[in-house]
Design a protein. Sequence first.
Length: 241
Amino acid sequence: MKAVYNNILGAISEGKTLLAVLIDPDKMDIKKAAVFVEKINQSVATHIFVGGSTVDEYATEILVNEIKSYTELPIVLFPGDVSQITHQADALLFLSLISGHNPDYLIGKHVEAVSKLKNSDLEIIPTGYILIENGKETSVEKVTKTKPLPRENLQRIAHTAKAGELLGMRLIYLEAGSGALSPVPLEIISFVKQELDIPLIVGGGIKTKKQLDAAYKAGADLVVIGTAFEEDEHFFDALKF
Ligand code: 1GP
């Protein structure tokens, strides 16, 4: 057991920032996983997240098993659907899409997941997932049929995050969407951070070291990057200490 959540809290209390590399099973060629994971091992990354909006059944489990044999980093599921839950990972972000009003993503999918979860050793981390408008429709919007929160309504975004915390969620994830044209604005990150007493995850559209550092400075405790690594593995070198 890796005690993923407590380790996140511990790292934050020591003033550390965390970085998750997101691997989408739908995009990762399993034959290339070993080399890719080795790059992650050599980088500043602290976590591997696995998930995608649309993934073939069993693809997640096959990929997680493969990744596990090459790394000691915690593997955290960031599932787009119940079918992506596998006991082979260390932890599961049990996501509630609290920026939207689709009951399937607020409780329906969770009920569906129980038969998979009740006898599992997966560490389950309830996570409030908040989609922020970024100028183009994201695949999360399409799949979940929800609207993101408008960027300019800072108060609403912050109160949504706080409501998630008050409902018992252990993490809040601000999401601009995979491959977003621009990341979550820094003022939104700092505004939300001021409201929260739980760790803040930020992801979507972060493609440079400058953007990564700015997200941390604004208050992100853990940043998630997928596309930038998929498109150019040299980005790992850019992030060296
Ligand atoms: C997507 O937040 C993650 O859910 C990461 O986004 O692929 O744009 O890095 P990118």
